[in-house]
Design a protein. Structure first.
Length: 205
C-alpha cells in the first residue's frame, strides 16, 4: 500500500518512509511533547522506565498515545457501515474492525494508566515531528453523505488508508519498543491490518 494513491475514494499519497523518519526524530523530544505526570516513574538508563509489570521506553509510550485516537477514529469510520445497505462481506469486516479496535483501545488505555503516563501527548508537539496521519472529520462527514456504490467504495478506500497508517506506526513499535506486550500487540496489528487491506482490495475489485 505504501507509496500509492488509492483510486476512486478518499485515498491520499502514502509516505511511510517520511512518517517513520519523523517518528524517529520525535522520540528524542517525546518527553517534552507529552508532559510529565506527577506520579510518573523515574527514568533509568537509555530512556527506559520501570513499571510494575516490566520495562517500557519512550517508543512504547508514543506508540500507545498515537494509536489510541487512531483507534477511536477507526471505530467511527467502520461504524458507518452498520446501518447501510453495503455488501455482507464489508458489513462483516467493518463489524470485526469495531470489535477488535475497541478491545485494543481498552488494553492500551490500561497500559498507559498502569505506567502513570497520559493517554495523549501534546498534539501540537507531535504534529511538529510527524504526528499520526489520519482522516479528517470533514472527510468522514463527506463519506457519510454518500450512498450506494459511491459510499461502499469510499468506505473501503478510507479504511484501507486508515489501516495502512496503523501498520506504519506498529512497525515503529516493533522496531524500537521495549515492552514485550506492547511489541506483541504491534505485531498483531501489523498482521491483522495487512490481512484486512488484502481483503478490502479484493472487495474493491
Amino acid at each position: 500500500m505504501a507509496g500509492r494513491l488509492i483510486p476512486g475514494g478518499a485515498g491520499r499519497p502514502r509516505t511511510p518512509r517520511a512518517l517513520l523518519v519523523a517518528l524517529a526524530v520525535g522520540l528524542a523530544v517525546l518527553t517534552g511533547c507529552q508532559g510529565a505526570p506527577a506520579a510518573a516513574p523515574a527514568p533509568t538508563a537509555a530512556g527506559t522506565h520501570r513499571a510494575s509489570d516490566g520495562p517500557y521506553n519512550d517508543t512504547d509510550v508514543m506508540f500507545l498515545q498515537m494509536m489510541l485516537p487512531h483507534h477511536h477514529q477507526g471505530i467511527e469510520i467502520a461504524g458507518l457501515a452498520r446501518d447501510r445497505p453495503v455488501s455482507q462481506d464489508l458489513k462483516n469486516l467493518a463489524a470485526a474492525i469495531v470489535v477488535t479496535q475497541a478491545a485494543e483501545r481498552d488494553t492500551m488505555t490500561g497500559w498507559l494508566t498502569a505506567w502513570g503516563q497520559p493517554l495523549t501527548g501534546d498534539p501540537n508537539g507531535h504534529a511538529a515531528h510527524g504526528g499520526m496521519p489520519g482522516t479528517t472529520e470533514g472527510e468522514i462527514a463527506a463519506l457519510a453523505k454518500k450512498s450506494g456504490a459511491d459510499f461502499e467504495r469510499g468506505l473501503l478506500n478510507m479504511l484501507i488508508a486508515h489501516q495502512d497508517d496503523a501498520i506504519q506506526v506498529a512497525r515503529m513499535e516493533t522496531g524500537g519498543g521495549s515492552d514485550r506486550q506492547a511489541r506483541e500487540l504491534a505485531a498483531r496489528i501489523d498482521q491483522s491490518r495487512t490481512a484486512q487491506i488484502t481483503q478490502m482490495l479484493a472487495l474493491l475489485g
